[in-house]
Design a protein around this ligand. Structure first.
Ligand code: ADP
Ligand code: MG
Ligand code: ZN
Length: 504
């Protein structure tokens, strides 16, 4: 893998070059059946259990458009302030790939269902929050491919594999591809804007209820196009397209890396090749993929087996009426409901935790408690693992349960933290961790009494002070009891027991 060993810093790169970005995001719709056939889309079935002649591309089979997928596409388009085509067609995109049994993908080309829209994203800067309007070029419908599994190699990639297996369960699942117009923002903010855009889009898709948009499951996949031009130049440079950047954090990292890499290449007089690139999560680098096809290489032509889609205007208007609250409005509403300061809300938004905090509160936690766990130990763990905050194995229901256990007096904050750590370590639900690790607060008088007596016996001088009315000394004994019980004693009850024993 040829790597340029000395890359300029990001700051040095954007001193000389202005980046231009374009984001292509594929969203797998949560329909129950596929785009052009009645096969189930349920995740996790045996390989090739959810296939039929249509999604296997067998001769003579005929596709039929999934109405719910069209409806979802229109709602996504409307939510992105797009125009909805009065008439649009599907097109065949011809290329050979083993996981695409027809040798063409049914997509849309010159007639997407939605086009010419925009969405606003907010990023934090040193001068406070700034809003950028991202232009939306198009949102079009297409079908997903199957999946290849390369067996026998060390990396799971085709190189070094002894054979490959194909699973067509995913073939034909409806996808919406959303493509931005070129994004030009203050260079220093480019990576953050790219991330904010994908974050915003994910929130919008979830709010629409058209997909869970879980990036770790491939339900939302992002390709990041980046090019550089000399500072202040007007014409764009040659772009690369980094494929499958599948977490919010990776979007930011991949764009940053690509800006640095391209700056190094251009500085050394090497032209940028229009190519796809692979993102490597572990090294934070991209490597060359295939030289990018031009549209004409795909020999697009209208799909002859499908009728055009001509959504009636009154249907479109009716769907407009089903749009959810826009994410920005929702954030202000939730901030007011939760009583968070701007700064607190910003932290929640930046952590990508708005929905998680909302669900945690819905499951019974108070706002401050919900925020504390997600932004504290959970966020730190996610960071350490290089994963998303929603990908580390704890759910809103778990966090709410921990808060309930605190409220009930079963846990104190310190024990609760260990419970959360246990859940994050995969030890089970909060209740299971409490049981397995024996973490519940001990408030049983018999057990506490023994510990209290032990502390008094061990610290006779302190006991004497308390007998003499110096209540400030109680803390030292409580501390000793807490230590002896591994932090599990009910501190309030311990104080009562000490006072009972040493007064009168
Ligand atoms: P492709 O079929 O090659 O994937 P698309 O038109 O679907 O092309 O997507 C290209 C993306 O890259 C769009 O978001 C577009 O706005 C963006 N883009 C186009 N030209 C440039 C450029 N020179 N630099 C950065 N991004 C670009
Ligand atoms: Mg594309
Ligand atoms: Zn099928």
């Amino acid at each position: 893998m040829p790597t340029i060993t000395t890359l300029p810093s990001f700051d040095a790169a954007i001193n000389r070059f202005d980046p231009v970005m374009g984001m292509e995001v594929h969203v797998e719709l949560g329909t129950t059946t596929k785009m052009f056939c009645g096969c189930s889309t349920e995740f996790g079935a045996e390989p090739n259990a959810q296939v039929c002649p249509t999604c296997l591309g067998l001769p003579g089979s005929l596709p039929v458009v999934n109405r719910v997928a069209v409806e979802s596409a229109i709602r996504i388009g409307l939510a992105l302030n797009c125009r909805i085509a009065e008439h649009c067609r599907f097109a065949r995109k011809n290329y050979f790939y083993p996981d695409m049994p027809k040798n063409f993908q049914v997509s849309q080309y010159d007639e997407p269902i939605a086009f010419d829209g925009w969405t606003d994203v907010t990023v934090d800067t040193d001068d406070g929050a700034r809003v950028f309007r991202i232009g939306i070029e198009r949102a079009h419908m297409e079908e997903d491919t199957g999946k290849s599994l390369h067996v026998g190699g060390a990396t799971g990639r085709i190189h070094g594999a002894s054979h490959s297996l194909l699973d067509y369960n995913r073939a034909g699942i409806p996808l919406i591809e959303i493509v931005t117009k070129p994004i030009e923002v203050p260079p220093a903010l480019a990576p953050a804007v790219a991330r904010a855009y994908v974050t915003e889009l994910r929130e919008l898709i979830r709010a629409l209820g058209v997909s869970e948009a879980r990036m770790e499951l491939g339900q939302m996949r992002c390709d990041a196009n980046v090019s550089l031009k000399p500072t202040g130049a007007s014409s764009f440079g040659t772009r690369t397209e980094t494929k499958n950047v599948n977490s919010l954090r990776s979007v930011e990292r991949a764009v940053t890396y690509e800006i640095r890499r391209q700056a190094a290449a251009l500085d050394s007089g090497t032209a940028i090749v229009q190519e796809t690139r692979h993102w490597h999560e572990d090294t934070g680098e991209t490597t060359a993929g295939r030289v990018k096809e031009e549209a004409e290489d795909y020999r697009y032509f209208p799909e002859p087996d499908l009728v055009p889609v001509a959504p009636a205007r009154d249907w479109v208007e009716q769907l407009r009426g089903t749009l959810p609250e826009p994410p920005a409005a929702r954030r202000s509403r939730l901030q007011a409901e939760w009583g968070f300061t701007d700064l607190e809300m910003r932290d929640v938004v930046n952590a990508g935790a708005v929905g998680l905090v909302e669900e945690t509160i819905a499951a019974g936690a108070d706002a401050a408690g919900a925020k504390k766990w997600w932004l504290g130990v959970v966020a730190r763990t996610a960071n350490e693992r290089g994963a998303g905050i929603d990908e580390v194995g704890i759910t809103p229901a778990d966090v709410a349960r921990v808060q309930t256990l605190i409220g009930e007096g079963t846990l104190n904050d310190k024990l609760a933290r260990q419970v959360v750590e246990g859940v994050l370590a995969g030890e089970g639900s909060p209740d299971e961790v409490v049981t397995a690790r024996g973490l519940a607060i001990v408030s049983d008088d018999a057990a506490l009494g023994t510990a209290v007596d032990g502390a008094i016996a061990a610290m006779p001088d302190v006991a004497e002070k308390i007998r003499g009315g110096n209540m400030g000394a109680v803390g030292a004994l409580i501390g000793a009891v807490m230590k002896a019980t591994g932090g599990q004693a009910d501190a309030k009850r311990v104080r009562e027991l000490i006072v009972e024993r040493l007064s009168g």
